[in-house]
Design a protein around this ligand. Structure first.
Ligand SMILES: [Zn+2]
Length: 110
């Protein structure tokens, strides 16, 4: 028997009057609309993945869709810190690939 309780998300308390939720890049600290940042999520099993939908369950961390920010996050281990886990070089390599793929799709929309 599996419980499929839908977690009622905590709305950002101070979001009154804001049209778009703002998120902060863990590398450079810039805030931007959620949609223009890349979300990374730590799943239940502890695996980290890029989350293009921005809606995957789990602890999330955001980065600007810029190479610089990914590079800075890797160099300073910001992504692992934000997701409260250890990321290896291999993890970063894999995530970088997903990150670049996501940025490419973003670019097409502009
Ligand atoms: Zn950034």
């Amino acid at each position: 028997m599996s419980k499929d309780t839908k977690a009622v998300g905590h709305e950002d308390g101070a979001a009154t009057g804001r049209r778009l939720p703002q998120r902060r890049c863990v590398a450079c600290g810039a805030s931007d609309a959620k949609g223009s940042l890349v979300r990374f999520v730590r799943g239940k099993d502890g695996s980290i993945a890029c989350d293009p939908s921005g809606r995957a369950k789990g602890r999330g961390a955001y980065l600007c869709a810029r190479e610089e920010c990914f590079g800075a996050a890797e160099k300073r281990a910001r992504l692992g810190a934000a997701l409260k886990c250890q990321l290896t070089g291999e993890d970063y390599q894999r995530l970088h690939g997903e990150f670049k793929a996501f940025c490419a799709t973003q670019g097409q929309k502009v």
